[in-house]
Write a protein that binds this ligand. Structure first.
Ligand SMILES: NC(=O)c1ccc[n+]([C@@H]2O[C@H](COP(=O)([O-])OP(=O)(O)OC[C@H]3O[C@@H](n4cnc5c(N)ncnc54)[C@H](OP(=O)(O)O)[C@@H]3O)[C@@H](O)[C@H]2O)c1
Length: 314
C-alpha cells in the first residue's frame, strides 16, 4: 500500500442531512474524478478511501468505475453506519446493528464492483463502544467469509479506537490529523498497537493548501460548517482568517525543497510518525498530480517539525 491514500469524499458529489445541511463538497464533474483517479494510479497511488454515504452511493460507484480492471492492484477502504436515501441524496439516520452491517457491506460490494473490501471501517465516530465490540466481531465474520480483508473504526476517540483494535484483523484507525490539528493520543495508540494511522482531513479540508479562500458554493459543507468543522466562517464566506494566519506562519517551512503548501502538509504527517497514511481529498487531475507528487519529496525533517511546534505554540 502506498504511503499516501486518496480520499474520495469530495468526488462522491452533493448530498445532505435531513435538515438540509450540505454534507458533500458541492458539484463535481464525474469525468474529471475518473481521470483524477487514473492519474493517481499512474503515479503509484495504491490506496483509496471512500464511504457508502459519500454522494449516497455515488462515490463508491465512481471509484469502482475508475478502478475498473485495476481494482486488484489497490487497497480499497470504505465505511458503513450511515443510512441514506439515494433518490433524494439525503442521509436519513444511522444504524449500528449487525444486520445492517451485513446489508451495507453487500451494497458497497455491488457499487464498488468488487467481491471484497480491503479495509472496512465503522463510520459512526461516537457510537456506543459496547455495541461497537459486537460489530468488531461481525467484521471478523466478514473476514472469515472472505468479504473483508481488514477493518477499523473511524473515530477521534482513542478509547473507542482501542475497542475495535482488539480484533485480530483490525489494522487501522481512521482519525483527523493535520499540522494544525495534532492527535497525540491516537498516534501513540497506533504506534503501540502497530496500526495504520489513516489521516483524514490531512489538508485541514483545504485550509492548508494555500488556495482555499471564499466564498464557497452552497452545496459545499464548508459553506455551513457543522460544529466538528472549525476553520470556516458560518456565513459561507470561506476560511476563518485566524486559521489562515496560522497557515501563513508555516508557509516557509511547508514550502521547503520546492514543495507546494499541500505537499508540505503531507510531509509533516509523514514526519509525525512511521504509522501515518494521509488520505488527502481531491477533485481534479491537477490536485491528484500535486498530492501524489508529495511522495517523492518525502517527510519534513525533525528540526522542521520542531520549528512548526514552536511556531504554533505547542
Ligand atoms: N471518517 C470520516 O468521518 C471522514 C471525515 C472527513 C474525511 N474523511 C476522509 O478523508 C479524506 C480527506 O479529508 P477531507 O476531505 O476532510 O479534506 P482534506 O484532504 O483535508 O482536503 C481536501 C480538499 O483540499 C483541496 N485540495 C486537495 N488537494 C489540493 C491541492 N493539491 N491543491 C489545492 N487544493 C487541494 C480540495 O478542496 P477544493 O474543493 O477547495 O478544491 C480538496 O477537496 C476524505 O476524502 C475522506 O476520504 C473521512
Amino acid at each position: 500500500m502506498s504511503a499516501l491514500g486518496f480520499g474520495c469524499w469530495a468526488i462522491g458529489g452533493e448530498h445532505r442531512a435531513a435538515d438540509g445541511q450540505p454534507l458533500g463538497w458541492g458539484r463535481v464533474d464525474d469525468e474529471e474524478s475518473v481521470r483524477a483517479v487514473h492519474r493517481a494510479l499512474d503515479l503509484g497511488v495504491t490506496f483509496f478511501d471512500t464511504a457508502d454515504c459519500y454522494g449516497t452511493g455515488h462515490g463508491e460507484r465512481i471509484l469502482g468505475r475508475a478502478l475498473g480492471t485495476r481494482r486488484d492492484d489497490v487497497v480499497v477502504a470504505t465505511k458503513w453506519g450511515n443510512v441514506f436515501d439515494p433518490d433524494t441524496r439525503t442521509l436519513t439516520g444511522t444504524d449500528d446493528t449487525p444486520e445492517y452491517a451485513r446489508r451495507a457491506l453487500t451494497a458497497s460490494l455491488r457499487r464498488l464492483g468488487t467481491d471484497h473490501v480491503d479495509l472496512y471501517q465503522f463510520h459512526l465516530s461516537d457510537a456506543d463502544p459496547v455495541r461497537a465490540a459486537e460489530l468488531r466481531d461481525v467484521c471478523e465474520e466478514f473476514v472469515r467469509e472472505g468479504l473483508v480483508r481488514a477493518y477499523g473504526w473511524s473515530t477521534d476517540d482513542p478509547a473507542r479506537a482501542a475497542v475495535f483494535a482488539a480484533g485480530p484483523h483490525a489494522t487501522a484507525v481512521q482519525h483527523r490529523l493535520n499540522v494544525l490539528q495534532d492527535a497525540p493520543e491516537l498516534v501513540e495508540l497506533c504506534e503501540r498497537l502497530e496500526l495504520a494511522s489513516v489521516n483524514r482531513s490531512p489538508l485541514a479540508m483545504g485550509l492548508l493548501t494555500g488556495t482555499r479562500r471564499g466564498p464557497l458554493e452552497p452545496g459545499d459543507i464548508r459553506s455551513r460548517p457543522p460544529a466538528w468543522l472549525p476553520g470556516f466562517e458560518d456565513d459561507g464566506s470561506g476560511a476563518d482568517p485566524r486559521w489562515l494566519e496560522r497557515v501563513e506562519a508555516l508557509r516557509e517551512i511547508l514550502t521547503s525543497d520546492g514543495r507546494t503548501p499541500a505537499q508540505g502538509a503531507l510531509a509533516w504527517l509523514w514526519a509525525r510518525s512511521p504509522r501515518t497514511v494521509p488520505i488527502p481529498g481531491f477533485r481534479t487531475v491537477a490536485q491528484a498530480e500535486q498530492n501524489a507528487g508529495a511522495i517523492a519529496k518525502g517527510p519534513l525533517t525533525a528540526a522542521q517539525s520542531a520549528e512548526i511546534d514552536r511556531l504554533l505554540g505547542r
